[in-house]
Design a protein. Structure first.
Lengths: 260, 192
């Protein structure tokens, strides 16, 4: 069968098709509306002149719910299984390190109640510095389960992913950098990163994780310096280059407020 | 995570011939109308939901669409247009009417911008109430957005989309390809 799209956009088309299918229908709404429509059809048949729409909407109350990600049920068990597998002897040192950092984050992320972001940006001759704080309310926590981060907020789970955070400009203009520690497990699970030699940063032993990607003739290289004990990102640099020309450089420092 | 969502049920291409016949029967037969409703409710709901990005509004507008379809069915002429384009023209108009009534204007070109001092976490959570596809298509032009959602959320064929939006089929293909190229760039950037 011939593909519907050119090869360069076929993957995008499939991705959009998957997103389009990510809709939960509320059976109660569907049933309720069907009943209302069939009742009106009968009325139309009996009184064909009647065309009033009536107050349908007022009868369609209740059964409201948001379409959200499923809670990561049994996530703890899955994490344990996955971590166990990832630490098997045949695994590479890089994969084992990724699993170790993810494990550390799974323990430390729920203790984070706020984090401060200091971003230095340089683009061409323009330089800018921004500071902001991201705070969680008492009902909000971030958890790492099954290699992904989730925000639990007032009884509802939200997936934190590079994609759904990417469109947020945030205070530093780079949404993903603001929440780098929560996006780290997703990044590590993809495997396409390099480990850099450990060093000391602000008195903490940190190890470097570097990854790069190219799109639209640009290459973006991100380096994260991660606290070994907690898995939290302490510093991030993001370099946007075109060939050998540096288009933009972001250096971001993080500090965290945590519960005991 | 994708397991948490219902997968789409694709409807075969030849259903519209059947649908036109069923629509003719549905003018007088409530059961026939019920059959059409069962076939089209998921497609209409998906299209409306991704246009609006809000469950409550999508449910209300979906209800408007089927109510208007019921009212307009006596005037439906199968030989003039297929049932799917006829129904999705109603859906498009219902979405536009909704924007005019509730939101005044479609907030759909460009990203949301963040003001220092606001609460980014709350901002993110508000954004999560709209869906990922809604955010992506908000970066497209109105025509591109419509074609993408009619293709992928409503599962319309190119011919049906052309009949729905009042363009010819090659123009629809061009719009869709351009939209996908733009989305590919956005998605690639997000993966970086």
């Amino acid at each position: 069968m011939m593909p519907e799209f050119d090869s360069d956009i076929e993957e995008t088309a499939q991705y959009i098709a998957r997103l389009a299918g990510r809709v939960s229908l509320d059976p109660a709404h569907k049933t309720q509306l069907r009943g209302e429509l069939l009742r009106r059809h009968q009325e139309h048949s009996v009184e064909s002149s009647q065309r009033a729409t009536g107050s349908l909407w007022s009868r369609l109350t209740g059964h409201r719910r948001l379409t959200l990600v499923a809670p990561p049920a049994l996530g703890g068990i899955l994490v344990a299984i996955l971590l166990g597998l990832s630490l098997a002897p045949h695994q590479s040192a890089q994969a084992a390190e990724a699993a170790r950092i993810t494990d550390a984050l799974a323990r430390s992320a729920p203790t984070v109640t706020a984090w401060q972001v200091t971003a230095q940006q340089q683009e061409g001759n323009a330089a800018n510095s921004v500071q902001c704080e991201l705070r969680l309310s008492a009902q909000q926590r971030i958890y790492v389960r099954n290699g992904r981060a989730y925000m639990y907020s007032n009884g509802t789970w939200y997936a934190l992913s590079a994609t759904n955070w990417a469109t947020y400009r945030g205070c530093s203009g780079e949404g993903q950098l603001q929440i780098a520690f929560a996006l780290l497990p997703e990044r590590l699970s993809r495997g396409a990163f390099a480990l850099l030699p450990a060093r000391t940063l602000h008195g903490q032993r940190v190890e470097g994780i570097r990854y790069a990607a190219s799109a639209a003739r640009r290459t973006v290289t991100v380096t994260l310096w991660v606290d070994r004990s907690s898995g939290l990102v302490l510093e991030a640099t993001r370099l946007v280059t075109s060939g050998s020309h540096v288009l933009r450089r972001d250096v971001v420092d993080y500090s965290y407020t945590r519960t005991a | 995570m994708e397991d948490a969502f219902q997968s789409r049920a694709f409807i075969p291409d030849d259903t519209d011939t059947d649908d036109a016949a069923i629509a003719e029967a549905a003018k007088t037969d409530a059961h026939a109308f019920g059959d059409l409703y069962e076939r089209y409710y998921p497609r209409v709901y998906r299209y409306v939901y991704h246009r609006l990005g809000n469950v409550t509004e999508a449910e209300d507008v979906t209800a408007v669409v089927f109510m208007k379809a019921l009212e307009g069915l006596p005037g439906y002429r199968p030989r003039r247009t297929g049932f799917a384009p006829w129904l999705f023209r109603i859906a498009r108009n219902a979405v536009v009417d909704h924007y005019r009534r509730v939101r005044r204007a479609e907030p759909l070109d460009g990203n949301e911008h963040y003001t220092v001092g606001d609460d980014p976490v709350a901002d993110f959570l508000r954004g999560e109430r709209t869906d990922e596809l809604n955010r992506l298509v908000s970066l497209l032009s109105g025509d591109q957005r419509d074609v993408v959602l009619l293709r992928f959320a409503a599962d319309l064929s190119y011919g049906e989309i052309a009949a729905t939006v009042g363009k010819n089929e090659p123009a629809v293909r061009m719009l869709l390809h351009r939209a996908l190229r733009k989305l590919r760039t956005v998605i690639d950037d997000a993966r970086i």
